[in-house]
Design a protein around this ligand. Structure first.
Ligand code: LIP
Length: 249
């Protein structure tokens, strides 16, 4: 058993808790600092940037040889390299739109890759104090208790989680909503949309949702969730139906 992973987890958990405290303190404040990124429905706040800095600075001070891929650093124009080195993949506030509105499905999401394989994941939902963790080969946990994906194997018995595209134009958003509903609604028990990819993935790991589908997602949205689901006994597939291989382009 690799004890260095326990040390990585321990340090990352402390930082995640600090990050969660900041989210709890600010979620229902009126946000004065909301900026758009790629389009008019894609937001970033000072909290996203501040938490990313807190996490990267904290991890870097303990593990100076490690690399980082952070959502906000990348959005600001830094193009990180994805190598075999230990690499922390960070979404400081997954569900920024939820955060801006005070909708509590907001997560801190942190994955660690070594040799391009995801070996550790943390998803923290700070409003409800749900800490999801996994280390490769050792199972998945919610607040320290083992969790498992559901036993549902047929779509007709499933609660399906989806994210509707938050694209810039009404036409694109409508098309995404209609396509998802037309494709899935007649086939499942029900559909949910949590507004945070990390939250949706954590729900699958917990067995609260039976499956989750989203198109156009980024590695920082799913790195932590992918290992947590796999360690909870589930599978994470790319749209071609093959196993997810983390890439950063
Ligand atoms: C967002 C996710 C959301 C997903 C978007 C986006 P952000 O992350 O939480 O569920 O639909 O594609 O990735 O920007 O809030 O960190």
């Amino acid at each position: 058993m690799d004890s260095s992973l326990d040390n990585f987890m321990c340090v990352a958990l402390k930082l995640t808790e600090e990050a969660g405290k900041i989210i709890r303190e600010r979620i229902w404040e009126v946000k004065q600092d909301v900026q758009t990124k790629s389009h008019i429905h894609d937001f970033v706040t000072k909290t996203d940037q501040e938490i990313e800095k807190l996490l990267i600075t904290g991890l870097n001070s303990k593990f100076p040889s490690h690399k980082f891929i952070g959502e906000e650093t990348t959005s600001a124009g830094v193009k990180p390299e994805f190598t075999d080195d230990p690499t922390w993949i960070i979404d400081p506030v997954d569900g920024t739109l939820n955060f801006v509105h005070g909708y509590p499905n907001v997560c801190v999401s942190i994955g660690l890759t070594i040799n391009k394989e995801i070996v550790l994941g943390i998803i923290f939902v700070p409003i409800s104090f749900m800490m999801f963790t996994a280390i490769k080969g050792r199972g998945a946990f919610l607040n320290g208790k083992p969790i498992h994906v559901s036993k549902v194997s047929d779509l007709k018995d499933a609660l399906l989680s989806v994210e509707f595209s938050g694209a810039a134009t009404y036409k694109e958003r409508l098309s995404s909503h209609v396509t998802h509903l037309q494709t899935f609604l007649s086939q499942v028990h029900g559909m949910r949309s949590g507004g945070s990819a990390a939250f949706n993935l954590a729900m699958v790991a917990l067995g609260g949702a039976d499956c989750y589908f989203e198109a156009g997602i980024h590695i920082w949205d799913i790195a932590a969730g992918a290992i947590i689901i796999e360690e909870a006994g589930g599978v994470v597939l790319d749209p071609s139906g093959t196993a997810l291989i983390p890439t950063y382009v």
